[in-house]
Write a protein that binds this ligand. Structure first.
Ligand SMILES: [Mn+2]
Length: 330
């Protein structure tokens, strides 16, 4: 399970790999670290973005990657049967992949707040700017109140930006996947690799994406009202053409710091229904383990303070009662 040195060796030596990375900031920053590291050794790296919002193993069959190429999977909580994985999610390892995920070996999540910190520790990277970007991507500006503050400040300095700008860059990259458009994610990754953090901040196309999503988020958060509320749980429903449920969930978790916030999201035109759960006050890891064991929905994944269920039924009719019951009993 904890085969970091073998995984690192593979990344440093394999001639030709396909990197499959999560669409968010940490995934993109991790992909940039692996690319630049391998480029410096003259090794070839190509990319595939898994179909957005498909968190199951069928993704690897559908990517159509030549069996002779090795898969390198980054920050993506679904593992292939073979290849190399660097991650920090609570995932289920299957098959024979070389998995480097210290969290699965018992490390606490704050020791590895991003996949970029796993890469920093085990592959080694001279790119503290990209490491910091992944940290801020997953923790938000909360990173500045943790032991990671120094790395974030150093990373910003290396990139030639302020800490606020580093946070803005992370926000831009995290917003790209909300568009549910793998081309935008690829575009963002290329801008980051070629032009760095400053380049991402200065890019007009990426700024346009962010303002579209921010407008949508503002209008949802200002008008949404709870469908259900008790002493422990508060629940909302959200419909959008974007996969905005996690952004809405983050905003509402800050508005209701003493509750477990549940947001049932429906993406229009894509039939993607998801239950997003976040709390700033209740550790959700036991509920997450319980729901995983129960095999709820198409998949369940998350961390101590947040998890998400990809539903098999429209509007999560089957899954929602099970999730709410588990949350009330936790
Ligand atoms: Mn991550």
């Amino acid at each position: 399970m904890h085969r970091c040195s073998e995984a690192a060796k593979a990344v440093e030596e394999l001639e030709d790999v396909y990197v499959v990375h999560h669409w968010d900031c940490d995934g993109i920053a991790s992909a940039a670290i692996v690319f630049t590291r391998r480029e410096s050794h003259g090794l070839r790296t190509r990319f595939e973005i898994p179909p957005i919002e498909t968190y199951d193993r069928s993704v690897y069959r559908r990517l159509g990657i030549d069996a002779r190429n090795t898969l390198v999977v980054l920050d993506y909580a679904v593992y292939p049967e073979s290849g190399v994985v660097f991650d920090h999610h609570r995932a289920d390892p299957v098959g024979e992949a070389l998995i480097c995920n210290p969290v699965l070996s018992g490390a606490d999540e704050m020791s590895y707040p991003s996949t970029t910190t796993v890469l920093q520790r085990y592959v080694g990277t001279g790119r503290l700017d990209l490491v910091a970007l992944g940290i801020v991507g997953d923790l938000g500006s909360r990173a500045l109140r943790t032991e990671w503050r120094r790395i974030v400040e150093e990373g910003a300095e290396i990139a030639g930006v302020s800490v606020e700008e580093l946070v803005r860059c992370a926000n831009i990259l995290n917003t790209c996947y909300v568009m549910l458009d793998s081309e935008i994610v690829s575009y963002a990754r290329e801008v980051l690799i070629r032009n760095g953090i400053k380049g991402v901040i200065a890019d007009g196309k990426l700024s346009g994406v962010v303002s579209d999503i921010e407008d949508e988020l503002k209008s949802i958060v200002s008008s949404v009202s709870p469908e259900l509320e008790d002493s422990k749980v508060i629940m909302f429903r959200v419909r959008s053409r974007f996969s905005i449920v996690s952004k809405v969930g983050r905003a509402l978790a800050e508005r209701y710091p003493n509750k477990i916030v549940v947001v049932v999201g429906h993406v229009e035109g894509k039939n993607i229904d998801r239950i997003y759960v976040r709390s700033t006050s209740t550790n959700l890891s036991k509920v997450l383990q319980h729901l995983k064991r129960a095999g709820v929905g198409k998949s369940v994944g998350g961390k101590d303070w947040v998890f998400s269920v990809l539903c098999a039924s429209s509007q999560c009719e089957d899954e929602l009662p099970i999730v709410l019951k588990a949350l009330r009993e936790c």
